[in-house]
Design a protein around this ligand. Structure first.
Ligand SMILES: Nc1ncnc2c1ncn2[C@@H]1O[C@H](COP(=O)(O)OP(=O)(O)OP(=O)(O)O)[C@@H](O)[C@H]1O
Length: 216
């Protein structure tokens, strides 16, 4: 597995403007293993902030300020080399791959090159989220909660340097939500990953235990 990076995610005067109007204005430091929870009403720019950090901001927006991950100037990198672990509300699994294939595809080549070993790691990851034996299935046959868990595990296994989570627990029932929160936050702590969590649910913020930034 990847070594721990122990790098803080630092947002300095990050401003996002739309049609000349400032939608977001934020400075924050997310320490390794910590969670910054971003809340705010619908349309306040929560997802837009994550897109800006991930490198997928729509061109209608203007972006200012700086984002650093350790020594890395994040905004100067193309999206594919930022190594941000992204998770949006809709799981977006590849329909042409099996459930196991969807997880395997995320395992970096430097973790394991041997197909058998990668498959083994993916099957173990499925077992860890209560989906033992689901590997060969078509993702279309999964429930919403099952697909969300697969997408989450795929993100965690991809060797991210930070996690950007957009309401990842909102479609899960209460018991599962608690398990998935523990999986994400324990993983982030164990691997020293800074996390930005967008949510409407104050219980998520409480479980995350870090600072809360509220957009207006
Ligand atoms: N591609 C786009 N082009 C133009 N405007 C956009 C685009 N994407 C988002 N917006 C606008 O930017 C604002 C912020 O949207 P965003 O999706 O970030 O809000 P949000 O806080 O995540 O909302 P929600 O809680 O409903 O998911 C909204 O006014 C939205 O209409």
């Amino acid at each position: 597995m990847k070594p721990n990076h122990a790098e803080a995610l630092v947002l300095e005067k990050v401003a996002i403007r739309l049609d000349g109007r400032t939608l977001i204005d934020i400075s924050a430091r997310v320490a390794p293993g910590n969670v910054l929870t971003v809340m705010g009403p619908s349309g306040s720019g929560k997802s837009t902030l994550l897109h800006a950090l991930a490198g997928s901001l729509a061109p209608v927006f203007d972006l200012f300020g700086s984002v650093r991950l350790g020594d890395v100037d994040v905004l100067s990198l193309p999206a594919e080399t930022r190594r941000m672990g992204l998770l949006f509300q809709d799981p977006l699994l590849f329909p042409h791959l099996s459930v196991c294939g969807n997880v395997m595809i995320a395992i970096p080549r430097d973790v394991s090159k041997a197909r058998g070993e990668r498959q083994h790691l993916a099957e173990d990851a499925l077992t860890a989220i209560g989906l033992e034996g689901y590997g060969p299935r078509d993702p279309a046959t999964l429930s919403g909660g099952q697909a969300a868990r697969v997408a989450l595990q795929r993100t965690l296994l991809s060797g991210p340097r930070a996690l950007l989570l957009d309401e990842p627990f909102s479609k899960l029932d209460a018991a599962l939500r608690q398990d998935m929160r523990a999986l994400v936050f324990d993983h982030a702590r164990a691997r020293n990953l800074p996390v930005i969590l967008v949510t409407h649910d104050p219980a998520d913020a409480e479980a995350a235990g870090g600072e809360v930034f509220t957009l207006t």
